[in-house]
Design a protein around this ligand. Structure first.
Ligand code: NAD
Length: 489
């Protein structure tokens, strides 16, 4: 049994306990005996204090030069970069992805801070010709104000980074509510910003539950915009409430991401990417491959090779260098995934690998689900339609490219999609026909670089995009300025 410290909120430039004095624990999903710390179990009063601090800091931060804001983000990136290995290790213990992935994600947060430090210095408006030759006509992008940031646990430092860095770069102040499963990583990110010298009130962290912190943040009229990443059910309810009070909202939600393998594909390569796309990070990526759509002529071979590969995956302690698949985030998540596996079987899918909880060799102290493969996934079934969010891949066999595209598009989600083929014409047909915000040709569905737009079609998003140049769209509003020159005195 290990134990750790107590961590508090960051409000108005001070580290402060929840008004109630209450705390909650963060424990490792890989070993419930490992306690990462106790965190402020905040409520409406704490949110009110954080929003007040953010509202008060707003005017001065808006007036701070973008160059000065960029310098602060660069400094935070430098601070975080010296801690990547330690924080990456904490990420692995708190979230459960492997050490390589935990360190990789922390490094990505550094890169995101650097990217948005650069973006802060990019042009922030346009100049237009006017019908009147004496009119100076231009637009300027200004911050929206106080922004509420609500994040999931599965990328506990990268997602906060790709929301908070642009919010700050473009002159907004922030109240950040992280997922309750991963508060330590949220504290680590805010520590770097605070140590870099971000002024009091510009960024505020409030940890706690969805009802204690999420609800009052979403409903606060002083919060101009909410950027939310998480599940569809919660996101859509959040959006309705924000819209009802006239706020701005951005949603990044789930996926049911297809990978199509055509008969001419490099099968070794495709199989590698099906395994990594479905199983790395224990399948808990919004962009994870959850549907393998195989051309009938290669389906038997690919299926038997997938069974062999998936059965051999090493599942266990994510700190162990041999481990390929870590735990799922919680006991509740493990039970939900096992329930989805049972219901897939009831719907007629054929269990080919995994399908059970793993409880030997120390894994009884964590939430381990065996990497699972199903054949005969009916595209119309619940299993074929809904996100499982765990290490589960379903195979559907199709007769040709047209059927593959129809199956790939036949879900309400549209986040990421892949096709494996050597035929450029078929690849282009897929690129043009797929209803997805991200498309990969000959690579797994999860790959996403931090300097390009990220987001989904249909129910995977709110028709908005994060990251890259598009981040400016959400975190700013446009002012159109007409300056008519005065007539000479
Ligand atoms: P979740 O919807 O349960 O929670 C997300 C966040 O919302 C958490 O911080 C939670 O506390 C908060 N929340 C819950 N109820 C709230 C309420 N009533 N008001 C305000 N906030 C509330 O999602 P999760 O389980 O943390 O994350 C997994 C989901 O996130 C999956 O569906 C996954 O696909 C999705 N996801 C999407 C992306 C993307 O960019 N598209 C990235 C990562 C994860």
């Amino acid at each position: 049994m290990s134990s750790s410290g107590t961590y508090v909120n960051y409000i108005g430039g001070e580290w402060v306990a929840a008004r109630s004095g209450e705390t909650f624990e963060s424990r490792s999903p890989g070993d419930a005996d490992v306690l990462l710390g106790r965190f402020a179990a905040s409520g409406a009063e704490d949110v009110d204090a954080a929003v007040s601090a953010a509202a008060e800091a707003r005017a001065a931060w808006r007036r701070t030069s973008p160059i000065a804001r960029a310098n602060l983000l660069h400094r935070a990136a430098e601070i975080l970069s010296t801690r990547v290995n330690d924080i990456g290790r904490e990420l692995t213990i708190e979230e459960g992805k492997t050490l390589k992935e935990g360190i990789g994600e922390t490094g990505r947060a550094v890169q995101i801070l650097r990217y948005f430090a650069g973006e802060a210095q990019q042009p922030d408006g346009e100049h237009y010709p006017s019908a009147n030759p004496d009119t100076l006509l231009y637009t300027v992008r200004e911050p929206v104000g106080v922004v509420g940031i609500i994040t999931p646990w599965n990328f506990p430092i990268a997602i906060p980074a790709w929301k908070i860095a642009p919010a700050l770069a473009f002159g907004n102040t922030v109240v950040f509510k992280p997922a309750s499963y991963t508060p330590l990583l949220a504290v680590r990110f805010i520590e770097a910003l605070a140590e870099a010298g971000v002024p009091a009130g510009v960024v505020n962290l409030v940890t706690g539950s969805a009802s204690g912190v999420g609800d009052p943040l979403v409903d606060d009229d002083r919060v101009a915009a909410i950027s939310f990443t998480g599940s569809g059910v919660v996101g859509k309810a959040v959006a309705q409430r924000v819209y009802a009070r006239g706020g701005k909202v951005q949603l990044e939600l789930g996926g049911k991401n297809p990978a199509v393998v055509l008969a001419d594909a490099d099968l070794d390569h495709a199989i590698n990417h099906l395994v990594s796309g479905a199983m790395w990070s224990t399948g808990q990526k919004c962009t994870a491959t959850s549907r393998a759509i195989l051309d009938a002529s290669i389906a038997d071979e690919v299926t038997s090779r997938l069974v062999e590969r998936i059965e051999k995956l090493v599942t266990g302690d994510p700190l162990n260098a041999q481990t390929q698949v870590g735990p799922v985030i919680s006991d509740e998540a493990a039970n939900r995934i096992l329930g989805d596996i049972e219901s897939a079987e009831r719907e007629g899918a054929r269990l080919l690998a995994g399908g059970m909880r793993l409880s030997s060799d120390g894994r009884e102290r964590g939430n381990f689900v065996a990497p699972t493969l199903f054949g005969d996934m009916n595209p119309e079934s619940r299993f074929g339609q809904e996100e499982v969010f765990g290490p589960v891949l379903g195979i559907t066999t199709v007769q040709d490219m047209d059927e593959a595209l129809a199956v790939a598009n036949g879900v309400r989600y549209g986040l990421s999609a892949s096709i494996f083929t050597r035929d450029l014409g078929k690849a282009m047909k897929f690129i043009n026909g797929i209803e997805a915000g991200i498309v990969h040709v000959n690579a797994e569905t999860p790959g996403a670089e931090p300097h390009v737009p990220f987001g989904g079609y249909k129910s995977s998003s709110s028709y908005s995009r994060e990251q890259g140049k598009t981040a400016r769209d959400f975190y700013t509003q446009i002012k159109t300025v007409y300056v008519d020159l005065p007539s000479p005195a």
